[in-house]
Ligand binder design. Structure first.
Ligand SMILES: [Zn+2]
Length: 330
């Protein structure tokens, strides 16, 4: 099984965690960003989380420098294009890229300009390579819920024309869903699809709440459904798709090691597992690498690969015609 050559689908990939180290170096020099060193190894060191990162919080610190450089239209467009390019080069045929527009307003770009710049970068990638991309608008859980309205209002202009869904991400606390019920039900009414990071670091109940109160159709990670029977059952019974990111899950201590990752048990119990990178740079990975890691650890064969690939297509926020096209690639 040649994992690099096989067609692949990526459903969970953060733009700010996937910026090339070389691009960070170039943009930092161009902008005169004050860094202790401009050596590429130093840059990699501050961007890539160690495999033994102590927590999700520590992992998230790796996004600080990229965010500082993602404050102009030009940079946003370039970074989105490069992510499309890197993905296309390992045969990803469809990717859903997520990012939080509200993190990119430091130089007074408008939300519209921010979104448009990333969409332009995605379009540039689509024109040059055999790949299609869509955007998921993320919101950080510690931000006030009221800030969501403006973004979903502007984003609706591009709904199903570049933008497909909304997401909640960043540090996970118990019962975070409550404060987002109103804006997320509005988003749903407007036609946004919904995926939520939940059950990543110890709190299985959050998965249950994300599905029941926010209408999540997919769950980012969801590892800790193992500790909450109700959450496990609803994921199984409602065919909720799990966006599993193996390397990231080890780094953030969602699991102790790749060997103890529950993904194969989930698969064997007919849960809908998909495999994703989370952050190509922060997790120092590619989708090919994620599949290689799980192939080597769990003896994933072609049938299981196909199951994950088809799950990703079924769960993708795209129309049936395109789904059929992706299914026929394998
Ligand atoms: Zn994520």
């Amino acid at each position: 099984m040649n994992l690099k050559k096989l067609p692949k689908i990526e459903l969970h990939c953060h733009l700010d965690g996937s910026i090339r180290p070389k691009t960070v170096l170039e943009l930092a020099l161009k902008q005169g960003l004050d860094l202790p060193s401009y050596e590429i190894d130093y840059i990699k060191n501050i961007l890539i989380a160690p495999i033994e990162c102590s927590s999700l919080k520590k992992y998230l610190e790796r996004f600080e420098i990229p965010i500082k450089l993602m404050q102009s239209k030009e940079n946003l467009r370039r970074i989105a294009f490069e992510l499309m390019e890197d993905s296309a080069k390992e045969n990803i045929k469809y990717i859903e890229i997520r990012f939080a527009p509200l993190l990119h307003t430091a130089s007074n770009l408008s939300i519209e300009e921010i979104i448009k710049s990333v969409l332009d970068g995605i379009n540039d990638g689509e024109k040059k390579y055999d790949i299609k991309g869509n955007l998921i608008l993320s919101f950080l859980r510690h931000m006030p819920a009221e800030t969501i309205y403006e973004v979903i209002d502007i984003g609706k202009k591009y709904l199903n024309n570049g933008i497909v869904a909304v997401d909640l991400c960043a540090n996970e606390e118990h019962g975070f869903c409550k404060k987002f019920i109103k804006p997320f039900s509005l988003a749903k009414e407007l036609g946004y699809r919904i995926t939520i990071h939940a059950g990543e670091t110890g709190i299985g109940e959050n998965v249950l709440e994300a599905i029941e109160t926010l209408g999540a159709e997919r769950i980012g990670h969801g590892i800790y459904i193992n500790s909450c029977k109700e959450a496990y059952d609803i994921v199984k019974n409602k065919n909720i798709v799990l966006e599993i990111c193996p390397t990231s899950n080890v780094q953030t201590k969602a699991v102790n090691s790749i060997e103890t990752h529950p993904l194969l048990n989930f698969y064997k119990d007919n849960l809908k597992v998909t495999i994703n990178t989370d952050n190509r740079t922060v997790s120092n990975t590619t989708l090919t690498n994620e599949y290689t890691v799980i192939k080597n650890t769990f003896n994933i064969d072609f049938d299981i690969y196909k199951n994950f690939y088809f799950n990703s297509i079924d769960a993708a926020f795209i129309d049936d015609e395109f789904k059929l096209k992706l299914k026929n690639l394998i």
